[in-house]
Design a protein around this ligand. Structure first.
Ligand SMILES: [Zn+2]
Length: 57
């Protein structure tokens, strides 16, 4: 019997904005202070960075 196990599945992360799951190799990542944020693309990164512009204090 042939097993259909190919490569190990790539690690997946969820986009911080739309929560879509994406392979880590395709995600855009941004290092925040002590964690890493992932985005599926520049659109989501853009949305996120605009949110961050508003200071909440
Ligand atoms: Zn996204």
């Amino acid at each position: 019997m042939i097993e259909h196990k190919n490569l190990v599945e790539p690690e997946r992360v969820s986009c911080a904005v739309c929560f879509k799951e994406i392979p880590i190799s395709e995600a855009k990542s941004v290092k925040a202070t002590d964690y890493i944020m992932y985005y599926c693309g520049l659109d989501c990164y853009d949305k996120w960075s605009k949110q961050e512009e508003k200071p909440e204090q």
